[in-house]
Design a protein around this ligand. Structure first.
Ligand SMILES: Nc1ncnc2c1ncn2[C@@H]1O[C@H](COP(=O)(O)OP(=O)(O)OP(=O)(O)O)[C@@H](O)[C@H]1O
Ligand SMILES: [Mg+2]
Length: 418
């Protein structure tokens, strides 16, 4: 966006001043010529009209070239972003060369786009430069003829000579400015588009749903892959274990319920406790993604999500998710700051922190995606015991649960990949 704005600034805002300057020059020349000779005036008006049309020649390719810069810049930034995230891994596997080659490829494309744009800008300059030189010459010759036929005084020839210089300058300024301005027109429309507010996919009401039902739910991805779900019903207070092979669509089901993605077929129906269909308050659903995010802040803040009002609940939650024994090992306890670079907490501790987050936020419906996959069996058993005591509706995705763990849930929904 910064890059796009800069291009607009250079090619549009800057050009406005050149356009003004050129226009004032031409108007002054025309006023003087009205007083001097009408044939000269007519010729100049014709020339100015042609000049205004000239940038059309190069308008389309220049627009494309500007767009290409904008797109290549985006690709370049995305490439760096995606690859640098895994810098540690690349270093470990001595795969740094790949990082260089992909970033070089992306930067080469950006460079090529810049070269292309410069080429078209220079071409525009050349065309208008040549045109203004030819026009200037025509005017000079014309004034000569006029003088010869006694229609213009010889002294006027000197003045026209001066005019030629200013006229050249004005024509150049105007046609370049207009060419440049047209070149970024699409980009401006695009920037305007991007400032429009984003339509929220989630329709959120004010009621907490009691029952969640799905009917004929299916999803078609753009890459051709598709998922379809059996009709499901999740009742208030139920504790459901959601299992199924990898890729069966468990995580996707959560995203569908949360309204993060829209189904291609079928629907999700939310009902209140009297069985009436409602528009639910989706914020009342606590969601814990498969790859939980922690922040470089204290463990306490990571549990409360920076809401000090919840501080008093943390002690109990920490006990219930078996995090207390881990905290004892840290000098600062709950105040310990998580260091995302050095990863000073274990994968299991990270999951416990996120589970404690679920506890203190006390949602009526909790969706947990692989919440205990990195926690040992004994601790998992304790955590499940505590977690499943709550009144909330809980859907828990897990792969590797033994019979005893499964037994803690009211029922199991097993998804099968077609
Ligand atoms: N945006 C997407 N585009 C294309 N395919 C997708 C997309 N999101 C998910 N899928 C596909 O949908 C299928 C279900 O994915 P999902 O993440 O729901 O699986 P899962 O059951 O949670 O698996 P796991 O147990 O490994 O976490 C996968 O085959 C995946 O490749
Ligand atoms: Mg998943």
């Amino acid at each position: 966006l910064t890059n796009d704005l800069q291009m607009v600034n250079e090619n549009y805002i800057g050009a406005i001043f050149n356009l003004l300057y050129g226009s004032v020059l031409i108007i002054s020349i025309i006023i003087y010529l009205i007083m001097l000779n009408w044939i000269l005036l007519l010729t100049i008006c014709l020339i100015v009209a042609i000049t205004l049309i000239l940038p059309k020649l190069i308008e389309k390719p220049l627009q494309k070239a500007n767009q290409l810069i904008s797109d290549s810049n985006q690709v370049y930034l995305d490439t760096l972003n995606n690859w640098l995230q895994g810098l540690e891994q690349l270093r470990q596997f001595a795969a740094g060369a790949k990082l260089f080659s992909v970033s070089q490829l992306a930067s080469k494309k950006l460079e090529d786009a810049n070269v292309k744009q410069t080429t078209y800008t220079k071409l525009l300059n050349a065309i208008t430069g040549i045109a203004s030189a030819i026009f200037g010459l025509i005017i000079f010759l014309l004034s000569g003829v006029l003088v010869k036929n006694g229609l213009l005084e010889i002294s006027a020839l000197m003045v026209v000579g001066n005019f030629r210089f200013y006229l050249n300058q004005a024509i150049n300024q105007i046609s370049n400015a207009r060419g440049q301005m047209k070149g970024v027109k699409n980009l401006i429309t695009e920037i305007d588009e991007s400032t429009k507010s984003v339509q929220n996919l989630r329709k959120s009401g004010f009621t907490t749903p009691a029952t969640i039902k799905t009917k004929g739910l299916g999803l078609q991805f753009s890459n051709g892959e598709s998922l379809s779900y059996p009709d499901l019903q999740i009742n208030q207070g139920e504790k459901i274990l959601l299992t199924g092979d990898s890729g069966a669509g468990k995580s996707t089901l959560f995203k569908l319920i949360l309204g993060d993605i829209k189904p291609s077929r079928g629907e999700i129906i939310f009902e209140d406790k009297d069985g009436n269909e409602i528009v639910p308050d989706l914020r009342k659903i606590g969601y814990f993604p498969q790859d939980p995010v922690v922040f470089p802040a204290s463990i306490l803040d990571n549990v409360t999500m920076f809401n000090e009002k919840l501080d008093s609940r943390v002690g109990k939650a920490v006990e219930e998710v078996n995090l207390a024994s881990d905290l004892e090992k840290f000098d600062e306890g709950l105040k310990k700051k998580i260091d995302l670079d050095k990863l000073n907490i274990s994968g299991g501790q990270r999951q416990k922190i996120v589970l404690a987050r679920a506890k203190v936020h006390d949602s009526d419906i909790i969706l947990i995606d692989e919440g205990t996959s990195a926690i040992d069996q004994k601790a998992t058993m304790d955590i499940l015991h505590n977690l499943l005591k709550s009144k909330a509706t809980i859907v828990f995705i897990a792969h590797n649960f033994n019979t005893k763990m499964r037994g803690l849930f009211d029922r199991e929904i097993h998804l099968v990949k077609e």
